[in-house]
Design a protein around this ligand. Sequence first.
Ligand code: 5AD
Ligand code: SF4
Length: 430
Amino acid sequence: MNVYDSLRMVDLMRTLGFEQTDTPDDADMIIFNTCHIREKASEKIFSELGRFKPLKEQRKKQGKDLILVVAGCVVQAESAEFMNRAGFVDIALGPQTYHRLPELLRRLEQKRKQRIIDVEFPAVAKFDFLPAAKSNGVSSFLAIQEGCDRFCSYCVVPYTRGAEYSRPLNEIVEEARQLAETGTKDLMLLGQNVNAWHGEGKDGTPSDLSRLVKAVAEIDGIERIRYVTSYPSDFTKEMIAMHRDIPKVMPYLHLPIQSGSDRILKKMNRRYTCAEYEEIVACLREACPEIALSSDFIVGFPEETDDDFEQTMDLVRRVTFAQSYSFKYSARPGTPAAAMKDQIPEEIKTERLEKLQALLIEQHAAYNAGFLGKTMHVLLEDKAKKAGYLLGHTPQMQNVVVKASEEFLGQIVPVRITKTAATTLDGELS
Ligand code: 5AD
Ligand code: SF4
């Protein structure tokens, strides 16, 4: 979602005549977009910003300026502390106000030296104020839903992104069309809780994610559709069915479980049990046998015992994942879990994470090894670092490095897989 927001800020700044630069040295303005989900991500911004203070001072000596803008959830969550620790920042704004950037820049011009901070949750959605979307390549993100009403006990999102908001269907279809017209073939529909999306269909009747996906699939040029992130108990039969019935819906699903212990899931305020999660997975695999499953895990949640952790390991062994993201629990200010007793010591979190990741990486490698020698349809999206090679994705969202010349960029081509590892495949045009 932050990548999407950053790209929309670029679209917005283009309307003021700005262009993206490759290095900070060429920049008149630098925008930092920040993440508050875990402490590590959040702390990064302060050290990053410190690096740019000398550059700003150097510009001043030359009689010029470097405008420093910080956007995103760190600003939203810690606006007061933020301005104390980074007083040389010119503009700070939250994730729901970045559409006001042009107006804030004008205000900055008028009252030089005065810092501006904007962390409102405006009543009118920012999307109404953003310019037409433009593809940056053949793969694009499209935010369809934002914010969250789930309040998992460890999570800052409901506080930083605000309440659940679904963009209207027509607006989403229009943005998808703009992206298709400017070269997008592969679309990732985004939301913090994407399957909570709700709206009205073209005929005015209530519509859920499956109807929205159907409408997006009708757009010429869009060939691949994925959506992220899904909340297990908001996943419906209709959503399962679209993996069987809509060929453009790719066989890939990111479905975070977080823990394999029902006791911990309850403390996390996740409103499903492991058995319910496994039932959804079974139905999905029945509807779409080739589906690749991905998940998120948190280890070391308060009160997690060795036995709870072993239950997570057992769940992973039972379900098996093609991809995954796993994290040590990070206490976030203001969330209920941060105040829970029995916070788990760092060494135990580290030990559990290592164990879990070893198992998951083994599963990812085994999953990918199953494709050795097979031919897969790969969308070639970018140049690889190595000359003569391109990067792409399979329908199951595996990364592939393909020996191919640039003329194939942007095409979906058959690729024979010649080598596999846990995070990438190698292949050649077949
Ligand atoms: N600590 C660790 N991981 C977290 N996540 C969200 N909040 C926290 C936290 N406080 C993880 C969850 C979520 C992913 C986006 O980040 O696994 O699915
Ligand atoms: Fe955070 Fe996701 Fe839970 Fe919402 S559903 S509170 S975004 S972890």
